[in-house]
Design a protein around this ligand. Structure first.
Ligand SMILES: [Zn+2]
Length: 393
């Protein structure tokens, strides 16, 4: 509570001194503030950080078979399939995955659609790609009941990956996934529209609500606990529809109008959806599939995106993001491989289709620079040493 009160007071004071600080960064504004009031500047960590969010990890049977084949008889290895994402994910200051399906015990048995039970080895790949935390609220979150939730969160804990959206106890459900991002506290919340009609044994098992009052109450609690930025993952929308529904847009607007929600990362519809800005803040309505069966459903389900946001402070000291995105494509192979696409990639059709959808609500969101997508130094097999995971305060 103390931290958020101090920060709120600082913002007000910086706002009042806006004329003095105009044209300068917020660091200057803070030093003006400290000189004026005669106390040391508040420490808020960095003045710039990047966040990436990705689409559904939806592990259909063919992906499990591919991971088994890539492991050459030693379990399941998802890294060869996903390795091209590594530079982009590990290069971000905060990387948020969406783990749509629960994981099983290491020996299986595993299942794809319709009631998923995924190899826990996917979590190892999530760690090696450089993710910091995952949203786990989805319509498949309780496909394997409470035991599936427990196994999934245990596996994430063992790998040092944060999580939000499901819980093993009432107490855990109250806990906020708070990340320390270069000294800035960023909270991550996660919700799903429902659980395919599977009843919950306990109310705290999964956040299966899209009620704005509940989400805003949680976001306010996160801000009170010291979060400077609150990112909300939402599992929502109409499957296979590029256009967000009226309900998605209403909810995004309501959440982003509040001072407690700063970013929305959307999943579930299996195709990409546009970005939109409300109140100076962004929603990526749908990031498509991260990986899913490349032979199933419509072609557009092979096309996804990585949403990337560079946060900096505006003249009033508030965190605001510049968005960009990276188109992705699941190649059916064999072998099945996820590809990150640059602006002038050979897959022009996929790049242009994704670009068109992302910008369809009139916001000219750019494709991220090539150097971010595939830095020249990145090894082709994605086996570089991974970044140190962010500490959990
Ligand atoms: Zn879903």
């Amino acid at each position: 509570m103390g931290a958020s009160v101090r920060f709120a007071a600082g913002v007000l004071a910086i706002g009042a001194l806006g004329a003095l600080a105009s044209g300068c960064g917020s660091v200057d504004a803070r030093s003006v503030l400290s000189r004026t009031v005669g106390r040391p500047p508040a420490v808020h960590g960095t003045d710039r950080f990047t966040v990436v969010g990705t689409g559904d990890f939806l592990l259909h049977s063919v992906l499990i078979e591919q991971a088994a084949s890539d492991a050459r008889g030693h379990g399941y290895d998802f890294m060869p399939m996903l390795a091209q994402l590594k530079a982009l994910i590990s290069g971000a200051d905060l990387a948020v995955c969406h783990l749509e399906t629960p994981v099983g015990s290491p020996s299986g048995p595993f299942r794809g659609y319709p009631e998923f039970n995924s190899p826990p080895q996917i979590v190892k790949a999530i760690r090696r790609l450089g993710y910091d935390t995952c949203s786990t609220a989805s319509n498949h979150a309780i496909d394997q009941g409470e035991r599936g939730v427990r196994r999934t969160l245990d596996a994430l804990d063992r790998s040092g990956i944060g999580h939000a959206g499901t819980a093993r106890s009432a107490r855990e459900a109250e806990k906020i996934d708070m990340r320390d991002v270069k000294g800035v506290r960023v909270a991550h919340l996660s919700y799903t529209y429902g659980t395919n009609g599977i009843p919950k044994a306990d109310d705290w098992l999964v956040n299966d609500t899209l009620k704005s009052a509940r989400i805003l109450a949680d976001a306010a609690r996160a801000k009170s606990a010291g979060a400077e930025v609150v990112a909300v993952s939402l599992h929502w929308g109409e499957e296979y529809q590029h256009a967000p529904t009226a309900a998605q847009r209403r909810l995004a607007k309501r959440l982003l109008r509040s001072q407690d929600v700063d970013l929305i990362l959307g999943d579930h519809v299996h195709v990409v959806q546009p970005f939109e800005r409300f109140n100076g803040k962004w929603v990526a309505y749908g990031m498509g599939n991260q990986v899913a069966n490349p032979s199933a459903n419509a072609e557009a389900t092979h096309e996804g995106l990585v949403a990337r946001f560079t946060f900096g402070r505006d003249a009033e000291g508030r965190w605001r993001a510049q968005p960009s995105f990276v188109p992705t494509l699941v190649r059916s192979g064999p072998p099945i491989r996820l590809r990150t696409l640059t602006a002038d990639s050979a897959e022009r059709g996929a790049v242009e289709r994704t670009e068109r959808v992302v910008r369809s609500l009139g916001f000219d969101v750019p494709i991220a620079p090539d150097a971010v997508i595939r830095p020249p130094s990145a090894p082709p097999n994605g086996e570089a040493s991974r970044v140190t995971p962010l500490s959990r305060p």
